[in-house]
Design a protein around this ligand. Sequence first.
Ligand code: SF4
Ligand code: SF4
Length: 284
Amino acid sequence: MASGKGGTGKTTIAVNLALYLAETNKVALFDLDVEEPNDNLFLQCSMVHYLHVDILRPMVNTTACTYCGLCANLCEFNALAVLPQQVMIFSELCHGCGLCTLACPTNAITEKSHRLGTIEKNKNHLSNISENLSFYEGTLRVGEALATPIIREMKKIAFKETTDHIILDLPPGSACPVIEALSGTDFVILVTEPTPAGEHDLKIAIEVVKKLKIPFGIVNNRSNVGDNRIIRLVEKNEYNLLSEIPHDNEILYLYSHGLPLIGSSKKFDSIFGKLWKHIWQARN
Ligand code: SF4
Ligand code: SF4
């Protein structure tokens, strides 16, 4: 589940599709929007600690360092700068790849573990979906900028899950964390809205999934609020339109009260049932 921009309703679609499928299937939902995870606002599961995500970052022993500059030259993330008598480390840029440690000719670099964030798993289950939903939430520590290692760890967990369906709720946009989250997936649901910004960001997201050669379909959310630009785009390019979900005051009410759509009214079962049918057809 992806969207070129935030605020299109991606979380609403991800959570409610998971709840719809969990009525009859085993489902694992992963909130990969680790900078701002919010799926659980609507699930309200009690969460328990599952995994810490740490990376190793370099420390330089100035006695052993000859200030040769090799480490800085090799670091593709510009996380090191070597001055005549100082090695500067820009920790927030370091991806913990370990190359500088391996390459240092005087073994002046050692590594120190650094916590990036945590992964939690649901402890309880919503009563109306019994035991069918597993839910994982990743959280990047405040002040950290590196989301990809947490997403990578969550995907390792996802691909080991014994379940009928795995739904990944991606971060918005099309930067590195999104690319990391998309790799290895078998279908992408792009959620958009019929506004100039929605269309602009959808086009970028489509280019990304096309480059990664992942099949995709589009959900036009709040379809009755903007104009028909998304439909024009879909028709012109023969994209797969999975669903049009009109703006509805009941959705707004449920959203503002942190309540899922599934379980509140049969009409939402029908909307997500049709969406799932179209996803299934597009994947087969
Ligand atoms: S590679 Fe090693 S010796 Fe050279 S500047 Fe970096 S830490 Fe110092
Ligand atoms: S561990 Fe990798 S990313 Fe970090 S400073 Fe060393 S070479 Fe750069």
